[in-house]
Design a protein around this ligand. Structure first.
Ligand SMILES: Nc1ncnc2c1ncn2[C@@H]1O[C@H](COP(=O)(O)OP(=O)(O)OP(=O)(O)O)[C@@H](O)[C@H]1O
Ligand SMILES: [Mg+2]
Length: 582
């Protein structure tokens, strides 16, 4: 039942809309000696309450005073509201980002929509991010940002193109330390025992030794090698007590890590395999809906651990400046309150506490705050709570926001409205409204995604390969080879020809790239639009080719000022001219 508000409480609620006048009214009410005058003032106050706050005294309504200071910042997520009126923008700053964000609310309450708004703001501010998308929700964001990548992990129909060898540690991390961490993660995610942990550690350790990893070799075994070794042990041990049970469980795990399309993701060793390092300055979505729960959990935890260890080993950024956001949907899967306790504190919990030192922001989304690890709920400087219905969720979130007396507010929130508690700038919870994201409703088919990613990855690989081949040591090696051939054959080419030859071997131009380069060599200093016009190309096509050639160092664009203002002029570089001649 609704408790009747006291006159003092009513005046406090009127303060955000009436300012000091509300205090004055309360003072008049308090000082009035005559009971009739007192009643009259009370009637006025009650009427003002209903009029100004757009509610009645018998209606339950969320009324939490909005922040007095405007919450400005780089990332606008919505507006602060009070009694249905907007009180200014609700923005987060870089500083809030690195102190982590926790978003909770029942299904359909508006969490993913808020995540869209936040990610759109990150795109606008050119900040990199990684999204662990459990339900294939975030793909439409690719329409907002041409550089964004989306990997459908374990689903070859679209873009199962992110491939790594999980045994290879991040730069600066000792292989021995890495194998320990890897075994901890695997044991947690695949619900294995201490015995299995021991078998896995010993087997990987032996494989590392045999492959020369401890002596500095970069030739890391994959899980196919580990599976082979475990199967050998299994056939040697057949039926001998507990140890053989552990080996059988270890084989089961090795199967899981080598099986099907997920196996392709975590056991890749060819020269086109990727590195997590390549993602850190990009905007990336990992769609995980094709994986089973253990695979999803392992993949997320692996990437998180990798990034954390990499940053820790390089130790360059202790400035806590916001560098990268990591968004985890269905966060309880990796930050679970009641998890199986293999370790006292899970690796991911430790990461949650420490990763902000390296400029990484974690954004966790979940339906049930009561299921989330206390480390997440308690270490997020920004808590955003949409509607909650389950008593245990209401209990947890009202406790976290210190408004247990108003716990019913969480059940009253309509879709798209939330209560926010910050740990800086404003210390009591307030209400916000979040706009509906336009982009969330868009669609992108498997085919459309496949095309886009294939092109993106193909271009990147081509560039990577080109850079590798034209690196100074590789070019020297190629020159030596040509020189040796010329010595044997007796034909002496000019030095410049040899360099051109090695460049030609290193990069094959597309037809349009060659056409463009030829035009620039013939017309040095031509204007950008002039060149496109001469070639009969659209600005879009021209820009694409110009950008690629510039990136490869074949052309350079200079800005010069003439009587009409600034103009961009294009020149071929020495390398460009040589490459064309080759
Ligand atoms: N701010 C908003 N304004 C208006 N409508 C909204 C808003 N946010 C969400 N909605 C509506 O509610 C629907 C569900 O929202 P959303 O997908 O964000 O929920 P969710 O909390 O992520 O749910 P789930 O936990 O099931 O993933 C949206 O499709 C949209 O129609
Ligand atoms: Mg959602």
């Amino acid at each position: 039942m609704l408790r009747a508000l006291t006159v003092e409480e009513i005046c406090k609620k009127l303060r955000p809309v009436m300012g000091k006048k509300a205090d004055l009214l309360y003072l008049q009410y308090k000082l009035a000696d005559d009971i009739e005058i007192k009643r009259e003032i009370e009637r006025v106050i009650n009427a003002l309450y209903e009029e100004k706050l757009n509610t009645s005294l018998i209606e339950e309504k969320i009324l939490l005073a909005p922040p007095e200071k405007t919450l400005t910042g780089e990332y606008e997520l919505g507006k602060t509201i009070y009694a249905d009126k907007s009180y200014g923008p609700f923005c987060l700053r870089d500083h809030d980002m690195v102190r982590h964000i926790c978003v909770s609310g029942m299904s359909g309450s508006g969490k993913t929509n808020l995540a869209f708004i936040l990610l759109e703001q990150l795109v606008k501010n050119k900040k990199p991010f990684i999204v662990f998308d459990w339900k294939k929700s975030f793909r439409p964001l690719l329409k907002k940002d041409k550089e964004m990548m989306c990997f459908t992990v374990g689903n070859p129909k679209a873009s199962n193109l992110f491939r790594i060898n999980i045994n290879e540690p991040p730069a600066g991390v000792e292989p021995k330390e890495w194998l320990g961490l890897l075994c901890d993660l695997i044991t947690e995610c695949f619900f294995a025992s201490y015995g299995v942990h021991k078998i896995l550690t010993e087997t990987i350790d032996k494989a590392f030794r045999d492959f020369g990893v401890y002596k500095g070799s970069q030739n890391y075994p994959t899980w196919y090698h580990i599976l082979d070794r475990l199967q050998e042990q299994e056939s040697d041990q057949k039926g001998r007590g507990r140890e053989s049970e552990w080996i059988t469980s270890a084989v089961r795990i090795a199967y899981a890590l080598t099986f099907g399309h997920f196996g392709e993701v975590v056991t890749c060793k060819d020269k086109y395999s990727m590195k997590v390092e390549e993602l850190l300055n990009k905007r990336v979505i990992f769609e995980l809906n094709s994986l089973n729960d253990a695979e999803k959990k392992f993949f997320c935890e692996f990437i998180l651990t990798y990034i954390y260890k990499l940053k820790k080993a390089s130790d360059i950024s202790r400035k806590q400046e916001f560098e990268l956001a990591i968004l985890v949907d269905e966060a309880h899967n990796i930050f679970l309150r009641d998890r199986t306790r293999f370790l006292k504190e899970s690796v991911t919990e430790m990461i949650y506490r420490e990763v902000r030192e390296y400029g990484i922001s974690l954004i966790c989304l979940d339906q049930h705050i009561s299921k989330l690890s206390e480390v997440v709920a308690g270490n997020s400087a920004c808590n955003i709570a949409f509607q909650q219905i389950l008593p245990q969720d209401v209990d947890t979130i009202s406790g976290l926001m210190h408004i247990r007396d108003n716990r019913n507010f969480f059940t009253l929130l309509p879709v798209g409205k939330a209560l926010v508690k910050l740990s800086e700038r404003h210390f009591t919870p307030f209400e916000i409204t979040v706009p509906l994201s336009e982009i969330k409703r868009e669609k992108m088919s498997e085919n459309e995604l496949a095309e886009r990613m294939k092109k993106e990855i193909k271009d990147k690989k081509r560039l990577k390969l080109f850079k590798e081949r034209t690196s100074i040591p590789n070019l020297k090696r190629q020159l030596q080879r040509v020189e040796t051939i010329s010595k044997i054959s007796g034909v002496k080419p000019k030095k410049g020809d040899m360099l051109s030859q090695s460049i030609l071997e290193s990069y094959s131009f597309s037809k349009d790239q060659k056409k463009f380069l030829k035009h620039i060599v013939k017309h040095p200093g031509t204007g950008v639009s002039q060149a496109y016009q001469a070639l009969n190309w659209s600005a879009r096509k021209g820009n694409q080719i110009k950008k690629e050639l510039e990136r490869l160092g074949f052309i350079k664009v200079e800005e010069v000022k003439d009587s009409k203002g600034w103009k961009k002029k294009i020149y071929a570089t020495e390398l460009g001219e040589k490459a064309l001649k080759a």
